[in-house]
Design a protein around this ligand. Sequence first.
Ligand code: SAM
Length: 233
Amino acid sequence: MSQYLRWYYDEFKQIGVDYTDLEEVQAYDLRMQKLRDTENEANSIRKLLGIKNTDRVLEIGTGTGELTLKLSDHCKKIVAVDVSKTMIDCAKIKAESQNKTNIQFCNAGFLTYENYAEPFDIIVTQLALHHLPDYWKMVALRRIYGMLKEGGKFYLRDVVFPSMIRDYDSYFNKIITDLKKFAGDEIAEETEIHLREEFSTLDWIMEGLLKSAGFYIESVEYDGFMAGYCCKK
Ligand SMILES: C[S@@+](CC[C@H](N)C(=O)[O-])C[C@H]1O[C@@H](n2cnc3c(N)ncnc32)[C@H](O)[C@@H]1O
């Protein structure tokens, strides 16, 4: 349907960092390996969602595939989608080198992925939904709701801004300065691009979008400008 609507959002158009660029993708992968404990992240998400070895899982915006690769050991099948073919190719190479046989990769996104099989037990997305403006976030969340089984779980982790800040200039300047000091120039620059060009929203808007899509929010974790929502259909 979407491909026939001239006003539909083109989610393949890159905004902010260009994740179709191979050098950007390789640099992102290296940076994340240094900054994040992906093993620990995956274990926490798996436990929070109670993922079982009979579950069918969907990850949207999989990037270089770290979460998908780790969750694949604990579920029946995982579908990993991303609008960047370069990201998908990078994730595929990792999956092949680790002999993973239950992962299906797909070059698509929140607004274009179509599930023709039975609904998913679990859907996860990390650091990707902010690529869509708010109205399209809602369209994405409603599509996700539609692709989940009754009682299925949805986990969203993304950059979400706290609404209680009085002086956002000082708040964001401190974040950039701290990042330069503790995480390096590259991540500080990426954060500047994020603020200037991408579509991260405010906490109350994100909660409203999730509820309006039909989700029951089981738990929320706010940590600075990072938020994690565990939701149920
Ligand atoms: C910051 S990376 C995060 C990758 C990975 N989830 C992680 O946690 O490291 C954002 C990813 O979202 C993807 N992306 C951007 N817009 C998207 C969309 N509309 N649908 C699906 N993926 C999207 C990008 O191509 C990129 O791989």
